[in-house]
Design a binder for this molecule. Structure first.
Ligand code: FNR
Length: 393
C-alpha cells in the first residue's frame, strides 16, 4: 500500500526485520526502471560493491562485565540533540517512488527525531518539505552562475532551513548504464515498455503515479535550478550539468560569505579536500561517494574515513554515508572517526512500499539494532565508541 503520508496500515511492515527486507519488497513493488534507478550505481558497480564490503573489513573488540543497563543513542550535532546518530541522505525524485515521497521522508524523520536532507532534485518545493520537518537540511547542487547561487541561498534561508549542504561529486553526469538497460530516463519516456511496467505494478501506478498526477499535476523539479519549472515528462535534467564542471573552491568561498547557517560539503573522499573545506569555513563534511553512483571504482567512504577524521575531525563535523544498513555499521563508522552517519536507499524503499509507517519502521529498526548492539559492545553512549573497539577483520 503506497499509503503516502497517512498511517492507514502498518501491515506491509510486520515482516520487515531488517533494512534489507525493504529492498526485497521494493523490488516487487516498483516498476523495474524505478527500482533500478534507486538500487543501481555506475558502470561496473565497483564503488557500490566497495561500500558494502568495506564494513566487513572491520570487526569489533567488545568489552564485557560493564554495567550497560543505562545507555543512550542520543547524539548532538551542530548544537542540536538527535535521538540517534543517523539521518536520511538526500535522494532526488523521491516523489516518483512514493506518493509525496519527500514529505513522507520528512515526516518520518521528524517523528523519529532525526535529520533528513532535502534533495536539490526534489519534485516537491523545498518550502513544503521543510514545513514537514523543521530539522531538515537542504542539499544543493551548485548552479553555475553566481546570481543563481545567491538566489538559491536566499530561498533556502527564507524557508527557515539552518543547514545547507553542497554536493560536490557531480562535476558531470556519470555513466549509469543500468538505467539505460532498465529503461529509466529523466524525463520518463512514455511508451509501451513503461506502460507495461505500470500495468504490472498496479499498486505503484494507482497509489503513487496516478494519485500524484490527479492531485498535484505533473511533478516538477521545483528545487532543482537545473530544470526549474520544467515538467518531468518533458524536461531535460542533464541540461545544466555542463555548467557544473567548472565549479571550484571559489564558489564555496562565495557561498560561505553569503550563507550564515551551518555549511556542509558532501562528497569528500580525500583528506586534502576535507582540509580545504574546513579552511574555507565549512562546518562539516560528509565523506561519500554518492552511494557509488558517480565515479566508478572509488574507494569506499569507510575506507578513507580514518585519515579524513584524523586530519579535520577536531575542527569540523566528519560524517559519512554509503552502504550503512545495520546498527553495527553505524558503530563501525563511529569507531573509525565519524560523528554522524546518513542512510539513503533503505529509507526510500521503505517510503515506497509502506509510506510513513515504513519510514518510521526503518528508523526504529536501525535505532533498536544500535541500542542493543551498543550493550553487546560494552558502551553506554555513542561518544564512547572509539577505535579501541575495532580491529581489521
Ligand atoms: C542519491 N544520492 C543523492 N545525493 C545528493 O547529494 N543529491 C541527490 O539528489 C541524490 N539523489 C539520490 C537518489 C537516489 C535514488 C539515491 C539512491 C541516492 C546519494 C545519497 O544522498 C547518498 O549519498 C547515498 O544514497 C548513500 O548511500 P546508501 O545509503 O544509499 O548506500
Amino acid at each position: 500500500i503506497s499509503s503516502g503520508n497517512t498511517d492507514r496500515s502498518t501491515r506491509p511492515c510486520h515482516d520487515v526485520l531488517c533494512l534489507d527486507d525493504f529492498e526485497i519488497k521494493a523490488r516487487r513493488h516498483l516498476p523495474k526502471p524505478l527500482f533500478g534507478y534507486i538500487a543501481g550505481a555506475t558502470e561496473t558497480n565497483a564503488s557500490l560493491r566497495h561500500n558494502a564490503e568495506a564494513f566487513q573489513a572491520y570487526a569489533f573488540r567488545p568489552r564485557v562485565l560493564r554495567d550497560v543497563s543505562t545507555r543512550s543513542t542520543a547524539t548532538s550535532l551542530f548544537g542540536k540533540t538527535h535521538a540517534v546518530p543517523f539521518g536520511i541522505a538526500p535522494m532526488g525524485i523521491s516523489a516518483l517512488m512514493a506518493y509525496r515521497g519527500d514529505i513522507v521522508l520528512a515526516q518520518g524523520a521528524d517523528q523519529s527525531g532525526i535529520p533528513m536532507i532535502i534533495s536539490g532534485s526534489s519534485l516537491i518545493p523545498l518550502e513544503e518539505i521543510a514545513a514537514a520537518s523543521p530539522q531538515a537540511w537542504f542539499q544543493a547542487y551548485l548552479p553555475g552562475e553566481p546570481d543563481r547561487i545567491d538566489a538559491l541561498i536566499d530561498r533556502v534561508a527564507a524557508a527557515g532551513i539552518d543547514t545547507l549542504l553542497l554536493t560536490v561529486d557531480t562535476a558531470t553526469l556519470p555513466n549509469r548504464e543500468n538505467n539505460v538497460r532498465a529503461g529509466f530516463s529523466t524525463p520518463l519516456r512514455p511508451g509501451l515498455r513503461l506502460a507495461w511496467q505500470g500495468i504490472s505494478h498496479p499498486r505503484w501506478t494507482t497509489g503513487t503515479f496516478l494519485r500524484t498526477i490527479v492531485r498535484h499535476g505533473i511533478p516538477h523539479f521545483e528545487n532543482s535550478y537545473a530544470t526549474r519549472g520544467a515538467p518531468i515528462i518533458s524536461s531535460n535534467v542533464t541540461r545544466d550539468f555542463g555548467k557544473r564542471d567548472h565549479l571550484n573552491w571559489s564558489h564555496l568561498e562565495r557561498i560561505r560569505k553569503r550563507w550564515s547557517g551551518k555549511l556542509v560539503v558532501k562528497g569528500i573522499m580525500h583528506p586534502d579536500d576535507a582540509a580545504r573545506a574546513a579552511d574555507t569555513g565549512a562546518d562539516g563534511v560528509i565523506v561519500s561517494n554518492h552511494g557509488g553512483r558517480q565515479l566508478d571504482g572509488t574507494a569506499s567512504p569507510l575506507q578513507v574515513l580514518p585519515e579524513i577524521a584524523a586530519r579535520v575531525g577536531d575542527s569540523i563535523a566528519v560524517m559519512i554515508d554509503g552502504g550503512i544498513r545495520r546498527g553495527t555499521d553505524i558503530m563501525k563508522a563511529l569507531a573509525l572517526g565519524a560523528c554522524f552517519v546518513f542512510v539513503g536507499r533503505p529509507f526510500l524503499y521503505a517510503a515506497a512500499v509502506a509510506g510513513l509507517p515504513g519510514v518510521l519502521r526503518a528508523a526504529d529498526i536501525l535505532k533498536t539494532e544500535l541500542h542493543s548492539n551498543m550493550a553487546l559492545l560494552g558502551v553506554t553512549g555513542v561518544s564512547d565508541i572509539s577505535a579501541d573497539y575495532i580491529t581489521r577483520a
